[in-house]
Design a protein around this ligand. Structure first.
Ligand code: AMP
Length: 296
């Protein structure tokens, strides 16, 4: 079995990367919270294909959890994560403890403003994206990669990270990779490990709702409230009642402003609690590619 170094401190990581930086090899960074699945490994593989040196980070960031039970229940599988990362050619794992990332006296946070407010921001509170933005800023400063890889699965997180990279002039290219799904459509998530077989069947409702809404758009429906009704119906068919849905929304793909009517591209995003497990999913729809020729 291939093994790779698992580095715990910022100083040790800087030492390991010094040579790569001096010789101008490109560095890729793949931030994760561990409990890896094929979605994470797709990011790592793409990083490996595009960069000379790849650092994957594993850090279950306490400051982005709005719910202490969710943090406590978050799966942790570091040894097998490191082995899987080695298997796809990642060179170094950076897995700091919370005291390395947030030493005594830590008090600076990053707030990106508007794009962090709706959807996940509204459902989980400002603390969530403040935690994400702060930890990603730190990781980008620690690793100083040329490219950093994120999944479209977390669509709003991508917008938050692009915003902070632009606003804070962080010299990194943000690379967004498509959502990896199970054959039946369920988006891969570390939280899927907590689904019972029955919950797994319900969880399929999220992607099914998104795909149904996309089909209605392809068939010509443009009225957002009607599309949302179709989506909620599919969720209900899977046993996900409306009061378990944090949001089902159709928004502008860049600003996340809600849309009334679908024009060009749109983001359809959903978050729901399925048998006690909070899951999210989204798709981007491009009206021009969905609509049959000659149809408005
Ligand atoms: P996490 O460990 O959940 O923080 O995710 C780490 C990175 O993997 C984030 O950029 C996620 O968007 C990405 N990711 C998570 N699930 C998937 C998936 N199913 N497909 C592609 N990327 C994913």
């Amino acid at each position: 079995m291939t093994t790779i170094p698992v580095i715990r401190t910022v100083t040790a990581l800087r030492d390991v990367l010094r040579d790569a930086r001096r010789t101008e090899r490109t560095i890729g960074c793949v931030p994760t919270m561990g409990a890896l699945h094929a979605g994470h490994l797709a990011l790592a593989s793409q990083a490996r294909a595009e960069c000379d040196v790849v650092v994957a980070t594993i850090f279950v960031n306490p400051t982005q959890f709005n719910d202490a039970r969710d943090l406590a229940a978050y799966p942790r599988t570091e040894a097998s994560d490191a082995a899987q990362l080695a298997g796809v050619g990642v060179h170094v794992v950076f897995a700091p403890g919370p005291e390395e990332m947030y030493p005594a006296g830590f008090s600076t946070t990053v707030d990106v403003g508007q794009v962090a407010e709706p959807l996940e921001g509204a459902a989980r509170g400002a603390v969530h994206f403040r935690g994400v933005a702060t930890v990603v800023t730190k990781l980008l400063n620690i690793v100083q990669p040329d490219r950093a890889y994120f999944g479209q699965k977390d669509a709003q997180q991508v917008l938050v990270i692009k915003r902070l990279v632009r606003d804070l002039d962080i010299p990194v290219q943000v690379v967004v990779c498509p959502t990896v799904r199970e054959a039946d459509g369920l988006a891969l998530s570390s939280r899927n490990a907590r689904l019972t077989p029955e919950a797994r069947r319900s969880a399929l409702g999220l992607s099914a709702a998104l795909f149904t809404m996309r089909d209605h758009i392809a068939a010509g429906e443009r009225h957002v409230p009607t599309l949302l009704q179709h989506g909620f119906a599919v969720l209900a068919q899977h046993g996900i009642a409306a009061d378990h849905v944090d949001y089902l929304a159709i928004t502008d793909r860049d600003t996340l402003h809600p849309l009334d009517h679908i024009t060009q591209g749109a983001l359809i995003a959903v978050a729901a609690h399925v048998h006690g497990v909070r899951l999210i999913d989204n798709i981007l729809v491009d009206v021009s590619s969905l609509t049959a020729p000659g149809r408005q």
